[in-house]
Design a protein around this ligand. Structure first.
Ligand code: SF4
Length: 250
């Protein structure tokens, strides 16, 4: 049986897909976004986290059967609210084998992932086949700029986004609005172009940057070092509705 490492389970979540959901946070992420507000999700292994003078381990190992049982206990709530389960992180595709096994055990429940799309095409398609809904984070379209701010180039992400667009599966694109980094008209035009004609696309969400992003870094022995102006008001360019894409600014 597959085991995985998770660091949080949030019940009654209402922002991670339709209805009332249980959100599972898997550990490990191949990106290092300069604005990441879940730094405790980046490392794959459990790690100490110190809060208000108390140190606890962040992250634990669980097998697929136990995690599926934990999710299934709220099956009635999912059914009544049109909700389900969402896997996020970190980047849930880092633990693709474990994720696939848990998804198989949750057949019949509405299953979603939130992903940055940085995974092998094989793993992306394998997981895509098993989920009902995808929240796909698109950060920056220019690959060199993407590397500067997230640590990796984005060709793989764009390829996987193309697979998602072609799949017809319902999905939402989330763009974190980072002032002076990706809030330019050029980046928003390029983002909208990537999504043009995608049948399953329900909407684009632009997520305003919050200064609280850095709060957890000292708790896991990391330093928060944004090289952008955290106080700047982000530009909003609606390049989406003109292409018949619904836009939500949060
Ligand atoms: S992809 Fe998400 S979890 Fe990973 S570093 Fe970026 S913001 Fe953090």
């Amino acid at each position: 049986m597959q085991t995985g490492v998770i660091f949080s389970i949030e019940e009654f979540a209402v922002n991670d897909g339709p209805g009332i959901r249980t959100t599972i946070f898997l550990k490990g992420c191949p990106l290092r976004c300069m604005w990441c507000h879940n730094p405790e999700g980046q490392k794959a292994a459990p790690q100490p986290l110190t809060k208000q003078g108390r140190t606890e381990m962040c992250g634990y190992t669980i097998d697929s059967e136990a995690l599926a049982a934990r999710v299934r206990k709220d099956e009635d709530i999912f059914r009544d609210s049109g909700g389900g389960v969402t896997f996020t992180g970190g980047e849930p595709l880092v633990q693709a084998d474990f994720l696939c096994e848990v998804l198989d055990r949750l057949e019949g429940i509405h299953r979603a992932i939130e992903t940055c799309g940085y995974a092998s095409e094989e793993n992306f398609k394998r997981v895509l086949d098993k989920v009902d809904y995808v929240l796909f984070d698109v950060k920056i379209v220019d690959s060199a700029l993407h590397k500067r701010y997230t640590g990796v180039e984005n060709e793989l992400i764009k390829t996987n986004l193309k697979h998602l667009c072609e799949s017809g599966k319902p999905f939402v694109v989330r763009v974190p609005l980072i002032p002076g980094v990706n809030d330019t008209r050029e980046n928003m035009e390029a983002t909208a172009e990537l999504l043009k004609g995608a049948k399953g696309l329900q909407r684009v969400e632009l997520l305003r940057y919050h200064k609280t992003a850095g709060a957890k870094y000292p708790m896991v022995g990391m330093e928060y070092k944004p090289d952008f102006d955290e106080d700047a008001v982000p530009e909003i360019h609606d390049t989406f509705t003109e292409r018949d894409i619904k836009l939500l600014i949060l």
